[in-house]
Design a protein around this ligand. Sequence first.
Ligand SMILES: Cc1cc2nc3c(=O)[nH]c(=O)nc-3n(C[C@H](O)[C@H](O)[C@H](O)COP(=O)(O)OP(=O)(O)OC[C@H]3O[C@@H](n4cnc5c(N)ncnc54)[C@H](O)[C@@H]3O)c2cc1C
Length: 351
Amino acid sequence: MYDVAILGAGPAGAALACALAARWRVVLIDKQPTPPPRIGEALVPAAGRILRDLGLSDAFNALQSAPYVANRSLWGSDVEEYRDFISDPEGCGWHIDRVAFETMLRDQAKIRGAACLFHHPLQDVTPGWHLQCGDVTNIKARYVVDATGRSAVLARRLGAQRIAADKMVARWCRINSVPETKTGISSVITTPKGWWYHIAAKSVDACESTVAFHSIANLLPQGDKAAFLSAAQDHLGLSEILQGAKPLTEPTTTAAHTARLDHISGENWIAIGDAGICFDPIASRGLFHALYSAYVGAALIDERLRGQGDCFALYDGEMSRIYETYLDHRRAVYNAEQRWPRSDFWRKAHA
Ligand SMILES: Cc1cc2nc3c(=O)[nH]c(=O)nc-3n(C[C@H](O)[C@H](O)[C@H](O)COP(=O)(O)OP(=O)(O)OC[C@H]3O[C@@H](n4cnc5c(N)ncnc54)[C@H](O)[C@@H]3O)c2cc1C
């Protein structure tokens, strides 16, 4: 019998396992044997504090992630704007290598005593809790946590509904070169059909970066990696940065919409990270939220396991407040671009 079974060993699930494994019997389960390459590399400065509180600073620092010093935007006009983190009390953020980051979190969970079942997709769950994952048929736990990302597999099986606020998707690929001057900077650039995003460095020594376009499905640039990169290079604000770049991977399309579960916790279960709330990538907030909701979720489960308090309903309230504040912020950001009132994408973004 485990105290806690965590479904999903992405940033949220693995961080929650790190927080609980030294004190409780924890099993961390994922369908993937190892973390796959994923988009989402900008880690905001505030995440440093949570990593510290989870005792993960040394392991994180050992990754030597590239500093993330500023955001550059051409949004609402063709005038370039920079916002740096110089006045942020937490200092700068990081442009992380996602595979290395998630591998570090999984390793730390294991070191702290979590049992790990990787390459074990969820097959079945019955209240009580009894889980079947891959060929392991009877995993018993007192609490279960859904950390399965946007699919929210566990919560949906338990009756929660996903409420989506839009239909945004992103098409992205990795490219090989960036001019030295843009290292440490995330760029966002609007177009009549959506917006481009570029992160200038994957790690301190690898000159690899990510370029992505965000829109609704029928407005995404089509074609292979060369066509995709060439569409990016055609844009003011990206042409200089992407000069001489070569695509390293074929473009991939991924869901990037805003959504939440109608209830984010229930009888002896909670959802954390993207499983509970997922954000528009413009917010650069998903990884921070994954770590924050893992931190808060771990504290609530710990209280319950010690027989103190019954705070899952408070967790739902806190997550709802976060979501409403985020929706206001997102509205303000999209309203700042008013140049194409007849564009399908911007009409929907302003609705
Ligand atoms: C285009 C785009 C750009 C983004 N850019 C940024 C960014 O710059 N900065 C930022 O902070 N955030 C960004 N994000 C968001 C960020 O990537 C996510 O918020 C983050 O990955 C959420 O972590 P998670 O652990 O909740 O979920 P995930 O990372 O999705 O992990 C879920 C885990 O659950 C596992 N799983 C799924 N189904 C099952 C199953 N049936 N059984 C067992 N295991 C299962 C998966 O294998 C996976 O390991 C971006 C997102 C998108 C779409």
